[in-house]
Design a binder for this molecule. Structure first.
Ligand code: FAD
Ligand code: 2HG
Ligand code: ZN
Length: 455
């Protein structure tokens, strides 16, 4: 049966695009964090939507499950096989259209990276409206499938807000593609349903991406602060003042800064170290520096490090964006991307530390995130990758603080067991019904989002 599956896949995409040997499959079988891995039956690399449909038909016919994969930068283990699935790589769907400046849209294949969308948009005087540290690898398909957030979500929303339409292949081979219209109310919005569905409802083959104005005047400020309470108060003070220019407000703590400094061999960005740092960035058509400086001064901030040229801004961002890499170099972390109401973020961070110490004495928490979105990345180094005690404790706490167990990375396989902490039974039932309707055989990404052990 196995050979027949490989033959059917080869007939669908060409034998050269079916990777069955151990060494050619290897990089598709482990996730970016190193925590999740599994053996794939094969890795298959279709070139277009028709080939994707043929792959799905072959897998259905042979009872093989499918794990869609884009840039494999996901952080919840859902882009790699659990064991025996076919990995469907969308990396060859790389068509990138010319920017339609009148509509402020661009058509991108699922395998186009975020950096490529950004470059294409900027060359036409527009911008992608989304930015994140994995920009050079994360793909349009993966970004839509996870409804990624990133550093500009406080201004432009998550990827959902950037999508004018999605092209996709359903599990039964149906190709979904609506005309490129901003307004299209003729029936259910299937694109909206697929965004954030993490490869469980359909395979996304392309996205019509909505662009935003290109704002080339930018300024960043790194603000050292005594506490997260001060960070939340700072944001509350400056946000109304900078309502039209502020596009990023991230935070990290001194322990995370130290990790990045050690990893990169960099000097500290401030003379006097403090427990908390907030990294703000404003963007506008005209220089936003005076407005930011005035807002900070009025908020009582005297010691911010302000960067108004791009090299200096990149230097400041490295201290924040370098966290994921520096943590990965220190071990295999448990990554708990949660969201809490901003007013409860300081309480959550303090209690998370206590909970981690309680269930995993000696574990090393690294806490940072997107302050403006109440999005906290709790990374925990130390516990065995298979030991879920810290995951459970932190996710329960996020829910108890009125938050969500996943702000931007998704549920994946990492958090499927705990989805009921933040979604009531009726909603879980509705989700399961949608899954059954669109993927009755359970071909697409089994084990992701839906708890496979639940009844
Ligand atoms: P993959 O990792 O390949 O897949 C992710 C999920 O989407 C899987 O469930 C997969 O099955 C599904 N999928 C992928 N492609 C398709 C498709 N074409 N059709 C259907 N399903 C598909 N995320 C944020 O939200 N904000 C951040 O700030 C952020 N920063 C990051 C920084 C670093 C250094 C790294 C490594 C990751 C970061 N991420 C961030 C996480 C990650 O980059 C995002 O989740 C991204 O959207 C994943 O895209 P990908 O192409 O790598 O998808
Ligand atoms: C970020 O904001 C990413 O840097 C990664 O979302 C978060 O590594 C993490 O936990
Ligand atoms: Zn993030």
């Amino acid at each position: 049966v196995g050979d027949q599956l490989l033959e059917a896949l080869a007939a669908a995409v060409g034998a050269g695009h079916v990777l069955a040997d151990d060494d050619r499959r290897a990089r598709f079988e482990v996730d970016w964090t190193g925590r999740f891995r599994g053996r794939a039956r094969a890795v298959v690399r279709p070139a277009d939507a028709a080939e994707v449909a043929a792959v799905l038909a072959a897998c259905r016919a042979h009872g093989a499950a499918v794990v869609p994969q884009g840039g494999n930068t996901g952080m919840v283990g859902a882009s790699v096989p659990r064991g025996g699935e076919v990995v469907l790589s969308l990396a060859r769907l790389r068509d990138l259209g010319a920017v339609d400046t009148a509509a402020a849209q661009v058509q991108a294949g699922a395998g186009v990276t975020l950096a490529e969308v950004q470059a294409q948009a900027r060359a036409a005087g527009l911008d992608a409206g989304v930015d994140l540290g994995s920009r050079d690898s994360a793909t349009v398909g993966g970004l839509a499938a996870t409804d990624a957030g990133g550093t500009h979500a406080m201004r432009y929303g998550t990827v959902r807000a950037r999508v004018a339409g999605v092209q996709a292949v359903l599990a039964d081979g149906t190709i979904v593609d609506r005309p490129p219209l901003l307004k299209d109310n003729a029936g259910f919005d299937l694109s909206a349903l697929l965004i954030g569905s993490e490869g469980t409802l359909a395979v996304i083959t392309g996205v019509r991406w909505r662009l935003v104005p290109l704002l080339t005047s930018r300024v960043a400020a790194l603000v050292p602060l005594p506490s997260l309470e001060d960070a939340a108060a700072l944001l509350a003070a400056i946000r109304p003042r900078l309502a039209t220019t502020l596009h990023a407000a991230d935070f990290f703590l001194d322990e995370g800064l130290q990790l990045v400094l050690d990893h990169d061999g960099l000097p500290a960005p401030v003379r006097t170290r403090t427990p908390v740092y907030v990294l703000l960035e404003c963007a506008d058509r005209h220089d936003p520096t005076p407005d930011l400086a005035e807002a900070l001064e009025d908020a009582g901030i005297a010691d911010a490090v302000v960067a108004d040229d791009s090299a200096e801004r990149r230097r400041l961002w490295r201290f924040r964006e370098g966290h994921a890499e520096a943590i990965a170099a220190a071990g295999i972390p448990h990554k708990l991307d949660v969201g809490v109401p901003l007013a409860r973020l300081p309480e959550f961070a303090a209690r998370a530390r206590d909970e981690i110490a309680r269930v995993a004495p000696g574990a090393r928490p690294v806490i940072f995130g997107h302050l403006g979105d109440g999005n906290v990345h709790v990374n925990v180094l130390g516990p065995d990758p298979d030991d879920d005690a810290v995951d459970e404790a932190v996710l329960r706490l996020a829910a108890a603080c009125g938050g969500t167990i996943s702000a931007e990375h998704g549920v994946g396989v990492a958090k499927a067991r705990w989805l009921s902490l933040t979604r009531p039974p009726g909603e879980l039932r509705a989700m399961a019904q949608i899954k059954r309707a669109l993927d009755p055989d359970g071909t697409l990404n089994p084990g992701a989002v839906f708890d496979p052990t639940a009844g």
